[in-house]
Design a protein around this ligand. Structure first.
Ligand SMILES: C[S@@+](CC[C@H](N)C(=O)[O-])C[C@H]1O[C@@H](n2cnc3c(N)ncnc32)[C@H](O)[C@@H]1O
Length: 221
């Protein structure tokens, strides 16, 4: 998908949300986007492997993953030009520009070959982005279609706060709505049916009493 084909209203919305926030995003989000480091540890990237993050934002996860898996190459896709500007500066600052490629695109419908010159990836991850992507189910199928045969898809996002007090859930939901974030109640069901469709295993974990959900769609059986 070329930049001119991006869904303009959503791209503009995301640019609007992040135009100023991107400058203090990493500092503030570390207190409430929980489980991201656990996802990175679980990537277990093979030597010389390729890793794609959908909705890469400021590039915070790619920087940490690139440090942890020094032999791997990384790719980041985001719909927000504002976020990508911050991510690009981070890669230069961290000396990672030769191992990381970033591109603007829609995670529900992207052409990895056109954007990155690769048709498939060993690992794909989506961190706290499905809850912001309209039609997020299509991101799950697009990610599975772009996985190499032994690849895995890793997802972390808000859960349903199942075992947390009702007042906390109400406050959190109201606050997230201000940022256009909607925890996906059917995330587990969609991952289950998509895993079954492609013949892959699913590991699904609830973190912090349902504050977050962490899932891995593994190798095809
Ligand atoms: C809450 S941020 C998460 C950023 C990063 N993954 C992290 O864990 O810090 C959500 C990101 O998803 C991006 N995004 C939202 N809708 C998207 C879409 N349809 N395609 C690609 N990126 C999208 C936003 O621009 C934003 O950078």
């Amino acid at each position: 998908m070329s930049t001119s084909e991006l869904p303009a209203s959503h791209a503009e919305l995301m640019d609007g949300v992040y135009r100023w926030q991107r400058h203090f995003y990493d500092l503030t989000r570390k207190y409430y986007l929980l489980g991201r480091d656990r996802l990175i540890s679980g990537l277990d990237v093979p030597a010389g492997g390729t890793v794609l993050e959908l909705g890469c934002g400021t590039g915070r996860n790619i920087v940490l993953a690139a440090r942890r898996y020094p032999g791997a190459r990384f790719f980041g896709l985001d719909i927000s030009a504002e976020m990508l500007e911050t991510a690009s500066a981070a890669m230069v600052r961290e000396g990672l520009s030769s191992r990381v490629a970033l591109a603007r695109g829609d995670a529900t419908d992207f052409d990895a070959k056109a954007l990155f010159g690769l048709e498939s990836f060993d690992r794909i991850f989506v961190s706290y982005s499905l809850s912001m992507i309209p039609g997020w189910e299509k991101t799950v199928s697009a990610a599975l279609a772009a996985l190499s045969p032994d690849g895995s898809l890793h997802v972390v996002d808000f859960g349903q706060q199942e075992a947390l007090p009702g007042w906390f859930r109400t406050l959190l939901r109201g606050w997230l709505r201000k940022f256009h974030v909607e925890p996906r109640e059917s995330l587990r069901d969609v991952l289950e049916s998509e895993s079954a469709r492609v013949g892959a295993s699913l590991r699904f974990r609830t973190l912090y009493r349902g504050y977050a959900w962490l899932a891995v769609v593994g190798q095809r059986s």
